[in-house]
Design a protein around this ligand. Structure first.
Ligand code: NAD
Ligand code: UDP
Ligand code: UDP
Length: 324
């Protein structure tokens, strides 16, 4: 077995993008497991408040750094999550988005290669684009527009997967690639424009709920705690099995159903209004999670109703703080 990088016998783990929504939940779980965590983030979409509760923790360290640049640290395991994830964030500076996915992957893979350590990649259901196969299985190659407004993210993530698999084949790197489907929960950015955060904030502020298109497009929403269970199960899986593996929930809802559910839950007087559908917006999305069930013994447990209550509570705290 390889020597640990700390003298205390515990693992030192690097999480890129750790100040973001998923990264901060992952870090909580890694700290709970007794690891030392180094969080690397340029705070583009992340927020240090997501990690406030760890300030001063002896096993936690924050480093402001952009993964587009080389990083020389000594760690036992790498989780590469750095990348803006919501359409308005990744379209804000699309060139930087592609650079983050591609240069970020090259640098983190180079680091993993030098250290000889396992590396996780947060890939996405967007690699399937606007899918012709429903539900989406890992063997599906996708239907992606290479020159559209979502391409910086979709193609960036696809190229990152290519790099991961080439480092695996060419350099024998121990990789784990997760294709993450829509996930929601506390610490989502309230202004990230994603559907759950938008609907919750709109309902709580009594503003119109904006459905893009007629609301018949579908998504399957996974609660963050379930997703992180899946991340850990994948990272704990046997060496030599790289994935990719879908992580998400197969329970599919239309966007209109989600709007109605958020209104019912908040008791809001908000009205539903229709706005134009953004370009390349996938019509339907639902993961086939047979592989995750079989290889990881994982499946999501938290029903949408339950997860939404916790998420709405989180956003309620933000809205109340705005009013105070
Ligand atoms: P997020 O925006 O909350 O977190 C991303 C983090 O990466 C932020 O803290 C941001 O500041 C940081 N970051 C961005 N560019 C960086 C750079 N160049 N260098 C260093 N840090 C950088 O998003 P999230 O929802 O937590 O997503 C985390 C990862 O999971 C992303 O890679 C995303 O593509 C992937 N993912 C998320 C979802 C989802 O539903 N949340 C779905 C599919 C894939
Ligand atoms: N890299 C890094 N940290 C390391 C080792 C490598 O950031 O500890 C970067 C390095 O800057 C390089 C990239 O990872 O650009 C890819 O490294 P690799 O060794 O695969 O390729 P090469 O150095 O031959 O380009
Ligand atoms: N959406 C919507 N109203 C909003 C925000 C999003 O109807 O205020 C729709 C969006 O067009 C898409 C779905 O909800 O069809 C999910 O959008 P999100 O940005 O959350 O994620 P993604 O499109 O990446 O799945």
């Amino acid at each position: 077995m390889q020597k640990k990088r700390t003298i205390y016998g515990r693992k030192r783990v690097l999480v890129t993008g750790g100040a973001g929504f998923l990264g901060s939940h992952l870090i909580d779980r890694l700290i709970e497991r007794g690891h030392e965590v180094l969080c690397v983030d340029n705070l583009f979409t992340g927020d240090k408040r997501n990690l406030d509760h760890l300030a001063g923790h002896p096993r936690f360290e924050f480093m402001r750094h952009d993964v587009c640049f080389p990083l020389f640290v000594e760690v036992d395991e790498i989780w590469n999550l750095a990348c803006p994830a919501s359409p308005i964030h990744y379209q804000h500076d699309p060139v930087q988005t592609t650079k983050t996915s591609v240069h970020g992957a090259i640098n983190m893979l180079g680091l993993a290669k030098r250290l000889g350590v396992r590396i996780f990649q947060a890939s996405t259901s967007e690699v399937y684009g606007d899918p012709h196969i429903h539900p989406q299985v890992e063997s599906y190659w996708g239907n992606v527009n290479p020159i559209g407004t979502r391409s910086c993210y979709d193609e960036g993530k696809r190229c990152a997967e290519t790099l991961f698999f080439d480092y695996h084949r060419q350099h024998g790197l121990d990789i784990k690639v997760a294709r993450i489907f829509n996930t929601y929960g506390p610490r989502m950015h309230p202004a990230d424009g994603r559907v759950v955060s938008n609907f919750a904030m709109q309902a709580l502020r009594g503003e119109d709920i904006t459905i893009y298109g007629d609301g018949s497009q579908t998504r399957s929403f996974c609660y963050v705690d379930d997703l992180i269970d899946g991340f850990l199960a994948l990272m704990d899986s046997e060496p030599g099995w790289p994935g990719p593996v879908n992580l998400g929930t197969p329970r599919e809802f239309t966007i209109r159903q989600l709007a109605e559910q958020v209104i019912a839950l908040t008791g809001s007087a908000s009205k539903i209004v229709e706005q134009p559908l953004p370009s390349d917006d996938p019509l339907q999305r639902k993961p086939d999670i047979s592989l995750a069930r079989e290889r990881l013994g994982w499946e999501p447990k938290v029903p949408l109703e339950e997860g939404l209550v916790k998420t709405v509570d989180y956003f309620r705290g933000i809205v109340e703080a705005e009013r105070a």
